[in-house]
Design a protein around this ligand. Structure first.
Ligand SMILES: Cc1cc2nc3c(=O)[nH]c(=O)nc-3n(C[C@H](O)[C@H](O)[C@H](O)COP(=O)(O)OP(=O)(O)OC[C@H]3O[C@@H](n4cnc5c(N)ncnc54)[C@H](O)[C@@H]3O)c2cc1C
Length: 323
C-alpha cells in the first residue's frame, strides 16, 4: 500500500466492548505520532466506533467505512458486560509484552467507560450480578452441542489476566439480599454493563455531532482499502479481518445469545448451571456459556439455534422455582 499507513486494531475476542477505549487510545497515539488531518476507519463495531470517535476528538476528520452499521454488527450481539480478558487469546499465542499492553488498555477503557455511567438513557451502568452454584443434589446436564458439535476441550489454555486489575472493578463477595429463595450460598457484586443499543447510539451521535462521517462500503481486498482517499487507515474489521487480510490466527468462537423482552423493573445478572442471564435495559440476554472457554471454539456459524436458548432457560428455570 504505497504512501498509505494502515493500523490494525482487531481480534479482541470476547472483550471488545470492554477494551474498546483502550484500543482506541493506542491507535490514536500511533496516528498522532505522525500528524494527519484525516483518517479512514474500516468497521463500525465497538472498536471502529470508539476509535473513530477518539480520532475525531483529537481533531482528525474521520470517516467510517463499514459493511454493517452499529446495530447490524457482531458487536450489537454481545452480552454487554465488563469482561476484558474473556477469550482474548490462547496463553501460548501472545507476545511477552501482551499482558502489559492489555493491562494499560483495560485500565484506560474502564476509566473512559465511567464517563458514560449516569448519562441519560444509561449507556453504561452497574448492575448486580449473582453467582449461584448448583445445589448438591442437582446433577449438571451434559454439555449442550453448540453449533451441532459435541463439546470438546482444547489442549492449550486461554490467557487469564483479570488478576492484574482486580482493583478497578467492584469486588465480589457473599450476598444475602437476593431476588431468589436460593438454598445455596450466593456470591455476587456490581458489574459494569453496556446497554449496547443505547451505548452505540450515544457513540454514533457523538461521532456525527463532531463532524464524523459514516459511509456504507464493503471491501473484498486490501487494495480496495488502499484506494480510499485517506492516507491513514485504521482496520477495525473484527473477525472480518480473517477474510479481508487472510489472518488465519483469528479463531472464531461461537457465542450465541437468545434475547427476551426487556424487564426494566428488574435489572440484574445471574450465572447458574453454565448459563448467564443478564437483564439489561435493552433486553434480557440468555447465553449458554458451557463448561469452559472452549465452548464454541472454532465454530464460525452464527446460525441461531433456538433449542440452545430453550436448553439454557431450562438450566436456570429451577432458580425461579425456588422462590
Ligand atoms: C455472544 C457474544 C458475547 C459477547 N459478550 C461480550 C461482553 O459481554 N463484553 C465484551 O467486552 N465483549 C463481548 N463480546 C465480544 C465483542 O462483542 C467483540 O469483541 C466486539 O464486538 C468486536 O468488535 P469489532 O468492532 O472489532 O468487530 P465487529 O463488531 O465484528 O465489527 C466489525 C465491523 O467491520 C465491518 N467489516 C468487516 N469486514 C468488512 C469488510 N470486508 N468490508 C467492510 N466492512 C467490514 C463490519 O461490517 C463491522 O462494521 C461478545 C461477543 C459475542 C459473539
Amino acid at each position: 500500500m504505497s504512501g498509505k499507513r494502515i493500523i490494525h486494531s482487531y481480534g479482541h475476542g470476547g472483550s471488545g466492548w470492554s477494551l474498546a477505549w483502550g484500543a482506541a487510545e493506542d491507535v490514536a497515539a500511533l496516528v498522532l505520532a505522525e500528524p494527519t488531518d484525516s483518517a479512514a476507519v474500516i468497521g463500525a463495531g465497538a472498536i471502529g466506533l470508539s476509535t473513530a470517535l477518539r480520532l475525531q476528538q483529537a481533531g482528525i476528520a474521520t470517516t467510517i467505512h463499514a459493511r454493517e452499521f452499529p446495530a447490524e454488527s457482531r458487536s450489537a450481539r454481545a452480552a454487554g458486560v465488563w469482561s476484558p480478558d474473556s477469550r482474548i487469546a490462547l496463553a501460548d499465542a501472545v507476545s511477552p509484552d501482551f499482558p502489559a499492553t492489555w493491562e494499560r488498555q483495560a485500565r484506560q477503557a474502564y476509566a473512559a467507560n465511567l464517563r458514560y455511567v449516569g448519562r441519560a438513557g444509561h449507556p453504561i451502568e452497574f448492575i448486580q450480578h449473582y453467582f449461584i452454584p448448583r445445589a448438591a443434589d442437582t446433577p449438571l446436564p451434559a454439555p449442550y452441542p453448540v453449533g451441532g458439535r459435541p463439546y470438546r476441550r482444547g489442549e492449550a489454555s486461554f490467557l487469564h489476566l483479570n488478576h492484574q486489575i482486580r482493583d478497578v472493578a467492584p469486588a465480589w463477595g457473599p450476598v444475602t439480599a437476593i431476588p431468589f429463595d436460593a438454598k445455596v450460598e450466593v456470591r455476587g457484586g456490581l458489574v459494569m454493563t453496556f446497554n449496547v443499543a443505547e451505548y452505540s447510539r450515544q457513540l454514533m451521535t457523538d461521532f456525527l455531532t463532531m463532524g464524523g462521517r459514516l459511509l456504507r462500503a464493503s471491501f473484498d481486498k486490501p487494495a480496495e482499502i488502499a484506494a480510499l482517499p485517506s492516507r491513514v487507515i485504521i482496520n477495525c474489521t473484527g473477525y472480518g479481518a480473517r477474510a479481508l487480510f487472510g489472518d488465519e490466527s483469528l479463531v472464531p468462537i461461537r457465542g450465541q445469545i437468545g434475547w427476551l423482552a426487556p424487564q426494566t423493573d428488574r435489572l440484574y445478572g445471574v450465572y447458574h448451571n453454565e448459563v448467564t442471564v443478564i437483564s439489561r435495559r435493552d433486553g434480557v440476554v440468555v447465553q449458554y456459556v458451557g463448561p469452559d472457554d472452549y465452548t464454541g471454539y472454532g465454530i464460525e456459524s452464527e446460525v441461531p439455534d433456538r433449542n440452545e436458548t430453550i436448553a439454557a432457560l431450562a438450566r436456570v428455570a429451577p432458580l425461579m422455582e425456588w422462590s
